[in-house]
Write a protein that binds this ligand. Structure first.
Ligand code: AMP
Ligand code: ZN
Ligand code: FE
Ligand code: FE
Length: 308
């Protein structure tokens, strides 16, 4: 397989570039799934994880494009969870997307996202901002997972803020005046549900700057490992070098797989270009081994990585 000329960051011979966390416009990314896969190809990514928030809606279009583009696609979901009172994002890789308890929980989360929108709009209107839910819905198109980034994009379009980050800082973040909580799945239960669906779980950006993740210390991660957690996302833009080193140490002690990724959102998140962080091929192999075991133990029809 030859690479297109002009790739900004071509793989070196024998080096596989693996980016296990990205978003399409089925949630709060800005590219359709197929465009995201093509972009990964241009960026010299060999293995891409599509992990939209709380939905598998982009899987099929991404898988079809992956086969055409020569990118291996790992189908996943970034599930909105709660642990010890804190919001935690769980990357669920290669589960059977038809497993009823998983479908039921994702539906509940998506319903919570939709229900939050009018409440957020009310808050913003109370702050004197002229915005209505229809504007957000039009901008989000037919995305399965509505999120604060879509509200942020409308605020940008209206000139209220310059970008998504400013919208979160001034209005939508947890301390902001337009913040509204929503339903999230119990983390330990969800790790079990993912395993029962034949998939594997990785905690996303456990110590990200904007989150309060005190509960995800060594003891917390040990408890999650007992519940069936396969790995932790260490190499992420929200983790500085000291954070990565500390997390890597905990992961080694607990024998957790270590992943790295861009958490790319298209134009929606600055500084998260595809491939800005990657997963070591040996760690990826471990994750696939665990997925194969989970799949066999579950008896479910699970998706395999798809591609060239
Ligand atoms: P929601 O899914 O509605 O709870 O919104 C959370 C999502 O917004 C996260 O998953 C990120 O994709 C995005 N996000 C969170 N904080 C920021 C920020 N400061 N700037 C831009 N995007 C953000
Ligand atoms: Zn997002
Ligand atoms: Fe996340
Ligand atoms: Fe993400």
């Amino acid at each position: 397989m030859t690479r297109a000329e002009g790739d900004p960051r071509p793989s070196r011979l024998g080096r596989v570039r693996i980016d296990l966390h990205s978003h399409s416009d089925r949630s709060d990314g800005t590219q359709p799934p197929a465009a995201l896969v093509r972009r990964a190809r241009e960026r010299g990514i060999d293995v891409l994880g599509l992990t939209d928030h709380d939905t598998t809606e982009g899987w099929q279009a991404a898988a079809e494009q992956a086969t055409r583009s020569g990118v291996t696609l790992v189908r996943g979901i970034e599930v909105s969870c709660r642990f010890a009172g804190y919001g935690v994002h769980l990357l669920a890789y290669l589960p059977d997307p038809t497993y009823p308890p998983l479908v039921a929980e994702l539906t509940r989360i998506l319903d919570g996202r939709s229900a939050r929108l009018p409440a957020t709009i009310d808050r913003l209107r109370g702050l004197g901002i002229d915005i209505d839910a229809g504007e957000v819905e039009r901008l989000a198109g037919d995305a399965a997972a509505l999120g604060r980034p879509h509200v942020a994009d409308v605020l940008v379009a209206k000139g209220v803020v310059a970008d998504r980050s400013e919208a979160f800082e001034r209005y939508l973040g947890p301390q902001g005046p337009a913040y509204v909580n929503r339903y999230a799945a119990d983390l330990v239960t969800m790790i079990g549900t993912v395993a029962a669906a034949g998939g594997v779980s990785v905690v996303a950006h456990p110590w990200a700057r904007r989150h309060n993740h005190d509960a995800l210390d060594a003891a917390g991660l040990a408890r999650l490992k007992q519940a069936g957690l396969a790995g932790v996302e260490v190499d992420h833009e929200d983790h500085d070098e000291a954070t990565r080193t500390a997390l890597r140490g905990i992961a080694a002690g607990l024998d957790l797989v270590v992943t790295g990724s861009s958490d790319h959102h298209g134009a929606g998140k600055i500084g998260h270009e595809l491939g800005c962080n990657t997963t070591d091929p040996g760690q990826y192999e471990r994750l696939l081994d665990l997925a194969a075991k989970a799949s066999a133990a579950s008896g479910r029809a699970t998706p395999l990585p798809v591609g060239p």
